[in-house]
Design a protein around this ligand. Sequence first.
Ligand SMILES: [Zn+2]
Length: 83
Amino acid sequence: MRCRSCDSILSDFELLRKCKVSGDFLDLCGTCYSASEEARFMAEEANFLASEAEDVPEKDTGVGPQSIVAIEIQLGRREVTHA
Ligand SMILES: [Zn+2]
């Protein structure tokens, strides 16, 4: 069996790794697995921070689109630019 993503040969351990959510076999090598886990974590974190920001009234805290940009910079999704 080979990795679904990069086609490298999977070890026994990698073969047995299942998706935490669906319970399906992942068929991903360690590299692709950690990349996808990281992507999932980043997405969850961004959603969490964005929803937190939405809960706070904008006029009291100044939380708005600018803060979302700051969050994305924190997560390394955006280049930090000085506009
Ligand atoms: Zn792979």
